[in-house]
Ligand binder design. Structure first.
Ligand SMILES: Cc1cc2nc3c(=O)[nH]c(=O)nc-3n(C[C@H](O)[C@H](O)[C@H](O)COP(=O)(O)OP(=O)(O)OC[C@H]3O[C@@H](n4cnc5c(N)ncnc54)[C@H](O)[C@@H]3O)c2cc1C
Length: 410
């Protein structure tokens, strides 16, 4: 009988395992794949260091996350980069974020963008709408939406923006008309207003998985790989997983929607489980010579199936200098249809659960699921357990917060 069973050995499950064991708890972590790491895994392919879950870079606003990671893998084993991320708009490549770099476009385009920003719904005093498409149009104006936000997000998420909620919008550009005008006139952005991390760490060797390897090193005896959770049953005094593992408490770090049957088809929550959706992303590796310094570029162009491209040689020191990989939603991906310079992919990986899709109603749905199971001793932590757009550092932080909350409960 365990104190805790953790479902999933991605970075959330590994962190939970480590912190609970440090508190003296008897823990096992069940992982369906043959190795831990989940989305943060890296493969070495023909001299390339490929993060198979897509582009992964480490930064955080939580000092305790830096402390945990750097305790297990010294800071000196990372390179520290100033982010060079770009956006392809028509034939022009400009710096990210768009709202600060409209001045890099040709003059007539700048004028169109500025007029559109000035005429946006918010500036015109129209009321705030409730779905993603109408909201970003209201906030950013038609031009940024039509040329960038709508096509990019439709490709990335694989659902129509009008089906999406607005509760994750801290991830979208903040448009301030005065600032847009100021940057255009001074032909320079103010990097102190950058909406995301301006720097990032990346391991010198082994790709993003170097972080997983370091965190998981002492946990391996407590991680059971090749053990897909298919049955979760609550008896009088214990949870029984797959008919053989028993624990007082269970922590789920995997998509809830995939556990519906395992939980015995709880019909009263059926519509909530149906709102817990994720998309699938294909990562395709190519070889091509490049002499630019970009780390990645966003591709809103509707004629290209992929939405982001990564220049591995510019951030992975141990990787061949001619590696590029593309991220494509599986809906837009047809095997073999993506080529660079007429060359097919060197390798392709499909991530089954990539992004938690914020369809309308998802936040209420996950709340009802967590409120239902929490009092019974089945919790959800991390990107999937909480069904939130969390980066790896946030998932680590949520695992820390969860373990701290147990201390408070005693
Ligand atoms: C394209 C992309 C780019 C990203 N870029 C960044 C970035 O730059 N920086 C950053 O910090 N984060 C980034 N992230 C987010 C980061 O990958 C996640 O926040 C983090 O990996 C979540 O870890 P997790 O352990 O919660 O989930 P996961 O890594 O998904 O782990 C869940 C684990 O559960 C296992 N599992 C699933 N079902 C079962 C089952 N039934 N039984 C047993 N095991 C099961 C899976 O195999 C997996 O190992 C990105 C994510 C994506 C998709």
């Amino acid at each position: 009988m365990y104190d805790y069973i953790i479902i999933g050995a991605g970075i959330t499950g590994i962190t939970l395992c480590k912190l609970l064991r440090e508190k003296g708890r008897n823990v096992i972590c069940l992982e369906k794949e043959e190795e831990p790491g989940g989305l943060c895994r890296t493969k070495r392919i023909q001299g390339h260091t490929l993060d198979i879950g897509g582009g992964h870079f480490f930064h955080t606003k939580h000092q305790e996350v830096f402390d945990l990671v750097f305790k297990h893998i010294p800071k000196e084993e990372f390179n520290y980069y100033e982010r060079v991320s770009k956006i392809l708009l028509g034939d022009e490549t400009i710096d990210y974020p768009i709202e600060s770099n409209i001045w890099q476009l040709p003059m007539n385009e700048q004028i169109e963008y500025i007029i559109s920003v000035i005429c946006n719904g918010e500036q015109s005093g129209r009321p705030e709408p409730g779905n993603y498409e109408e909201w970003i149009r209201w906030k950013l104006g038609d031009k940024i939406c039509d040329e960038y936000m709508i096509p990019y997000n439709t490709k990335l998420w694989g659902v129509e923006p009008k089906e999406m909620d607005i509760d994750w919008l801290h991830k979208i550009p903040r448009v301030n008309v005065r600032e847009v005008l100021q940057y255009c006139l001074q032909r320079k952005q103010d990097v102190t207003k950058f909406p995301a991390h301006i720097h990032f760490y990346y391991p010198k060797k082994g790709g993003f998985q170097a972080i997983i390897n370091a965190l998981a090193k002492d946990e391996l005896p407590y991680i059971k790989c090749g053990e897909k959770v298919e049955s979760i049953v609550k008896n009088d005094d214990a949870w029984v997983i797959n008919g053989k593992y028993q624990a007082g408490k269970v922590i789920n770090t995997t998509p809830w929607c995939d556990l519906y049957e395992a939980l015995g088809n709880p019909v009263e929550l059926k519509s909530d489980f149906e709102k817990i959706r994720y998309n699938r992303i294909v990562v395709s590796l190519y070889e091509k010579h490049y002499d630019i310094n970009w780390h990645w570029r966003y591709i809103p162009d509707k004629n290209k199936p992929y939405h982001r491209e990564f220049y591995i040689g510019n951030f992975a020191q141990d990787s061949a200098k001619n590696g590029i990989y593309l991220e494509t939603n599986i809906i837009n991906h047809k095997e073999g249809n993506l080529k660079i310079d007429d060359r097919p992919a060197v390798a392709e990986y499909v991530t089954d659960a990539a992004y938690p899709v914020p369809v309308i109603g998802h936040a209420d749905a996950i709340k009802r699921i967590l409120d239902h199971y929490g009092p019974l001793g089945l919790y959800g932590v991390g990107r999937w357990g909480q069904h939130e757009y969390q980066n790896a550092d946030v998932s680590v932080h949520e695992a820390m917060r969860f373990v701290e909350s147990l201390d408070r409960e005693g």
